[in-house]
Design a protein around this ligand. Structure first.
Ligand code: GRG
Length: 278
């Protein structure tokens, strides 16, 4: 199973579902709606939605039934990119090969577009819920809220902004919350909406956390010339960081070994997340 082929196959379905989940850019307030869509279309790799769909397949579920999870995790991801790029955060002018939202629009619009994307994520996660799947949807909301909030993305971001990473544990604590929590939530909410058991959810979540930390270490390796900030390469060196990423990937694959052949697309995506461009 080739991860890039799998990503390419997921893309049209995910993009269509994202388009349906968002207000049209011509609907008032049009400036807000256009800003929300600015970074969504065209998108990036759509790794998190593909992980949600592959996790559904891994537990024998129907990928179409988990599109709400795929949409929700991408909306949270894009909101975090919009806010991370703001002048008061990383102050970036380019993202996905285009001007960032505050550059293309203005700062206040970028803040509000991020807020609206985050809110839309939770709306999308429960849209079309039925009596039969209402409980699973509610638990998915709980898990995504945990990954996105103070215990996850936002908490990781504030520690990242504070600096002071003098140990591998301190770096990995930020990576766990800032990157791995959402990757793990993509996998576990996808699997949950596909009817996974609690035991399956536990191993899938653990595999997602391990892979998410390794994904971020890969980012550190790709940015190895950056000699400051939250980077495992800076703290333990390139060779040790590479070994750590591989060990985390191995442990993720080991955790989901029992899921058998139908988890092959998920395994391919986990490998790709860690080994991309290395
Ligand atoms: C809540 C403001 C705020 C921030 C949260 C997630 C985050 C913290 C900031 C996003 C910026 C960043 C460097 C995150 C680390 C994870 C990462 C490398 C994201 C890029 O993900 P890809 O490579 O991007 O999947 P595409 O564009 O392909 O979706």
């Amino acid at each position: 199973m080739d991860a890039q082929e799998y990503l390419a196959a997921c893309l049209p379905r995910v993009d269509h579902a994202l388009d349906e989940a968002l207000p049209s850019a011509s609907e008032p307030p049009a400036r807000l709606h256009a800003a929300m869509r600015h970074l969504i279309f065209p998108g990036g790799k759509r790794l998190r939605p593909a992980l949600a769909l592959a996790a559904a397949e891994a537990v024998g579920g129907d990928a179409d039934a988990v599109l709400p999870a795929a949409v929700a995790v991408e909306l949270v991801h894009v909101y975090s990119l919009v806010h991370d790029d703001l002048p008061c955060m990383d102050d970036d002018v380019e993202r996905r090969g285009r001007p960032t939202v505050h550059v293309a629009f203005d700062e206040a619009t970028a803040v509000l577009a991020g807020d609206a994307l985050l809110t839309a994520a939770f709306g999308a996660l429960v849209a079309g819920a039925t009596e039969r799947d209402a409980a699973a949807r509610a638990l998915a909301v709980r898990d995504l809220a945990h990954a996105a909030g103070a215990a996850g993305l936002v908490g990781g971001q504030i520690d990242d902004l504070a600096g002071a990473f003098d140990s591998a544990a301190a770096v990995e604590s930020v990576h766990t919350r800032k990157s791995a929590a959402l990757i793990a939530a993509a996998i576990s909410t996808g699997a949950r909406l596909a009817g996974a058991s609690e035991a399956q959810l536990a191993v899938l979540h653990a595999a997602g956390i391990a892979t998410g930390i390794a994904f971020q270490i890969t980012d550190d390796l790709l940015d190895a010339d950056e000699d400051e900030g939250c980077s495992l390469v800076r703290v333990i060196g390139e060779a040790a960081a590479r070994e750590r990423a591989q060990a985390l990937l191995d442990s993720a694959l080991e955790q989901i070994a029992d899921l058998g052949a139908r988890a092959e697309p998920l395994r391919a995506l986990l490998r790709y997340a860690v080994q991309r461009k290395l």
